[in-house]
Design a protein around this ligand. Structure first.
Ligand code: GTQ
Length: 348
């Protein structure tokens, strides 16, 4: 028979914890429920950033610090539940980066992978491993882990893009490395469009199959092409009740995720659509490309318009209501969850 706790058991337990504490020991039973919750628990909160609100601050920063001095002139999209931690979900970083005409952001490399999703302006480039690509609104661009990269704007307009990085994932593994290139601008070794010509046409050169390891060899997926794919898909198929028409950017060499740590998607939602509720364990960052509507995230609702960003934390139900035809880009930490057998979704 189980022994009945003595009246002073609580005091005795506290005394025991106090004595073991000096030896870096602690009782599991006091924290077990928090460690192993029944369903996902995250400090990440649903949130929306209006581009209209963020843009003036970014432009003002453009007057106060150069891209060169800042290294990267970025306003971090900080999740309201994790202020000061430089992250938008508990695993992902996002920011809005500005590069003004005539500026450069100097060359460096790091073990963190980055994606760029172009929000405003044309004519800037990003260079990766000796190749430049011109950035246009809606383009999805990848900077693979440990590749030299710099950005420049030889054009006439300010250019703004959203950065998405796996900073927190790499931090969890304490596998961070960073180096500065000897020159501010890296030398070019390939002509513009080389990566698409080599890997993006259903072809690949013999003997050079994976220039960036586990990351896609295509480093710019232009919006023109993704938009065309969505338009064609929507002509032949009924929209999915939860997603509309949703496609993933893939690595053509593997058919899998374009990046080893971040999955990226583009979806078309018809005008006047109300999606069925959908939840998944990958907290997801959405960038609005076209259209206006409302994102209901858990009990909250957020009205969106083009260039806004919103975040759906893990396991929060999302319902999308559109007032016009909508295109959403999104990214999440799904590849890691899938690799570890953790990823789950629930429809309806
Ligand atoms: O463009 O290399 O937003 O290194 C944060 C860290 C962008 C970049 C960020 C970076 C970069």
């Amino acid at each position: 028979m189980a022994s009945v706790p003595k009246p002073n058991i609580s005091a005795e337990r506290q005394a025991l914890y106090g004595r073991m504490d000096k030896h870096n020991l602690a009782p599991l039973w006091e924290v077990l429920h928090d460690l192993i919750p029944n369903e996902p628990v995250t400090p990440c909160k649903p949130a929306l950033w209006k581009y209209r609100d963020a843009r003036p601050y970014l432009m003002e920063a453009g007057k106060l610090i150069t891209a060169k001095e800042a290294i990267r002139r970025v306003l971090v999209l900080e999740n309201p539940g994790m202020r000061g931690e430089s992250c938008i979900t508990q695993s992902l970083y996002a920011g809005l980066q500005l590069i003004l005409p005539g500026e450069i952001a100097p060359s460096h490399r790091h073990s963190q992978s980055a994606l760029r999703f172009i929000v405003e302006g044309s004519g800037a480039y990003t260079a990766v491993d000796g190749e430049r690509t011109t950035m246009r609104p809606g383009d999805f661009i990848i900077t693979p882990s440990w590749t030299w990269h710099d950005h420049g704007n030889p054009g006439n307009d300010p250019v703004v893009w959203m950065d998405g990085l796996d900073i927190r994932i790499v931090q969890t593994f304490a596998a961070q490395f960073h180096e500065v290139f000897a020159e501010e601008v890296q030398p070019l070794s390939r002509s513009e469009g080389a990566s698409v010509a080599r890997y993006g046409q259903g072809l690949m050169p013999l003997g050079a199959p994976a220039p960036f390891g586990k990351t896609s060899p295509i480093f710019n997926y232009p919006y023109e092409k993704s938009r065309e794919s969505l338009a064609k898909l929507s002509r032949d198929e009924a929209p999915d009740a939860c997603q509309g028409w949703k496609m993933e950017f893939i690595n053509p060499l593997t058919g899998g995720h374009a990046m080893p740590t971040i999955a990226s998607f583009i979806q078309l939602v018809p005008s006047g659509f109300r999606s069925a509720p959908y939840r998944c364990t990958d907290g997801t960052v959405y960038a609005v490309v076209e259209g206006t509507g409302t994102a209901r995230i858990g009990a909250e609702r957020f009205d969106f318009e083009p260039r806004d960003t919103f975040v759906v934390p893990s396991w929060y139900p999302l319902v999308l209501e559109t007032r016009s035809e909508t295109v959403l880009f999104s990214f999440s930490d799904r590849p890691g969850q899938e690799a570890m057998g953790l990823w789950r979704e629930k429809r309806g």
